[in-house]
Design a protein around this ligand. Structure first.
Ligand SMILES: *[C@@H]1O[C@H](CO)[C@@H](O)[C@H](O)[C@H]1NC(C)=O
Ligand SMILES: *[C@@H]1O[C@H](CO)[C@@H](O)[C@H](O)[C@H]1NC(C)=O
Ligand SMILES: *[C@@H]1O[C@H](CO)[C@@H](O)[C@H](O)[C@H]1NC(C)=O
Length: 454
């Protein structure tokens, strides 16, 4: 019995003292400020939230400090007598129901003994290439070194702001130790800024870092800001926005955005698109040969080139590469599905024409075959057959009396008379005739009475 009572008492006593301690800390906040000994009266030490609810409690230092209505504490006289004396100021905050206490610890330091960074002039911008291995020194920055008039060592350097994803660390300029916080106990030493990981410019291209130098108790401190630019490397290839692009020409029965109703030479039917995370310009290329479409390298626009003579469905492959040295090509090309359907309406017209023609032929009691395209003629000649300009080399045969002939495209070697006579235009030269040693040309045949082509 006695033993257990004693235990209970000691527990109760422990609980009492603990409760006191806790309530004291909950009711207060603690801040630390450092001011130089030569601060002019009116120097702002710290500002509490504005409002009329704050009050600076009387203390032995009332002749030095006052609180303004906006909640800021400022000096009202020369503070040099306070150098190296610990000063605690208490601020009461009236919350209506309750009061809060805020403690402000002040250090007045001789300005000559306050830490400051050397060379915090222009040399605050450094650069590092993306993809550099961790531990790469940021170029263009001086050795960071803070000092005071006193030989204040050790000094601890830390990155206290802007170090997103812990991208950087500090490196002791003499020992080479790399740490988040580097403590230097040699007045000649400082720290260098190094990468703590492989950086990706496409994720973050610029860092603004705040570096702090501090004495061991964290009172005498200095900060400086550094800007680090991450330089670009061509580490991204163009990527197509779609794996497959579908384009339809001439078939409006299919639904969708990419249907072009009529075929028109060199009109755009749509485009493929790739993006490059490095922001590089992109060039497009058709990887499958085709006569029906061309791609505009700069824009990815697909233009119609040759009209297919019948319905076609094509699967084409396009590639993209960035315009940079060395260049990178899309890891996965895109597929272009192209469908062309000749217009239904004109097919019907043609059928009607043929039907009329057939009827007319029937009336005449004659039957003849009318072809849209007649078979290719192949005739062999010797070079000497083309010796004389104007000479008739052969005669195209008419299927009806009314037909007239006309060469479709200008040809350097031959002309065609309306009656079908093929003549030498310029003396034939075997050497100039091209690899196949042929003269190829299309002839348009017109039925003079109808004025239509067959
Ligand atoms: C007093 O405290 C209560 C409970 O915390 C709160 O609801 C009330 O608004 C407070 N009154 C004032 C004047 O702050
Ligand atoms: C480094 O220093 C900063 C600022 O003084 C501090 O907040 C942090 O906890 C320290 N980090 C390490 C790993 O010591
Ligand atoms: C039309 O093209 C766009 C992009 O080129 C694509 O997003 C869309 O799916 C296509 N529509 C059809 C019907 O293929």
């Amino acid at each position: 019995m006695r033993r257990s009572t004693m235990e209970a008492t000691s527990v109760a006593m422990g609980a009492t003292s603990l409760a006191l301690l806790v309530s004291m800390w909950i009711a207060s906040t603690l801040s630390v400020s450092v001011i130089p000994h030569d601060a002019h009266p009116g120097y702002s030490v710290k500002k509490y939230n504005s409002g009329v609810n704050y009050r600076l409690l009387d203390s032995g230092f009332s002749q030095f400090f006052t609180m303004l209505e906006d909640g800021s504490i400022m000096t009202v006289s020369d503070v040099s007598p306070l150098v190296n004396r610990p000063i605690d100021l208490l601020v009461l905050e009236d919350e209506g129901n309750a009061t809060k206490t805020h403690m402000l610890q002040l250090y007045v330091l001789d300005r000559r003994n306050m830490l400051s960074f050397k060379s915090d002039s222009d040399e605050v911008q450094g650069r590092v290439a993306e993809n550099s291995p961790a531990g790469t020194k940021v170029e263009g920055l001086p050795v960071l070194q803070a000092a005071s008039g006193l030989t204040t060592v050790p000094i601890t350097y830390s990155i206290i702001g802007g170090n997103a994803a812990q991208a950087f660390e500090l490196k002791h300029s003499v020992t080479g130790d790399v740490l988040q916080n580097v403590t230097v106990s040699d007045n000649q030493a400082g720290v260098n800024l190094v990468t703590a990981q492989v950086l990706d410019r496409e994720e973050a291209n610029r860092y603004v870092l705040t570096i702090q130098a501090s004495d061991p108790i964290g009172v005498n401190k200095a900060v400086t800001n550094l800007v680090v630019e991450v330089d670009d490397e061509n580490d991204n290839s163009p990527v197509f926005s779609q794996k497959v692009y579908r384009f339809v020409v001439g078939d409006d029965s299919l639904e969708g955005d990419n249907v072009t109703t009529s075929w028109k030479r060199f009109s755009s039917i749509g485009k493929v698109e790739a993006t490059d995370a490095d922001g590089d310009k992109i060039a497009y290329k058709m990887a499958t040969p085709t006569n029906f479409l061309v791609i505009v390298p700069q824009t990815g626009d697909l233009l119609l080139s040759e009209e297919p003579s019948e319905e076609v469905e094509l699967e084409l492959v396009v590639e993209a590469h960035d315009i940079r040295t060395p260049s990178r090509t899309s890891p996965r090309p895109a597929q272009v599905l192209f469908k062309f359907k000749p217009p239904e309406s004109s097919k019907v017209e043609l059928d009607l024409d043929l039907q009329k023609l057939a009827e007319r032929e029937l009336h005449r009691g004659k039957r003849r075959v009318t072809r849209a395209v007649r078979p290719t003629k192949r005739i062999e000649f010797t070079e000497s057959d083309g010796d004389t300009e104007g000479r008739i080399v052969f005669q195209l045969e008419k299927e009806t009396d009314r037909e007239t002939f006309k060469i479709r495209d200008e040809n350097p070697w031959v002309t065609v008379d309306p009656n079908g006579a093929v003549r030498v235009k310029k003396k034939w030269d075997y050497e100039e005739l091209g690899p196949e040693k042929t003269i190829d040309f299309w002839v348009t045949i017109t039925n003079a009475e109808k004025g239509g082509k067959s």
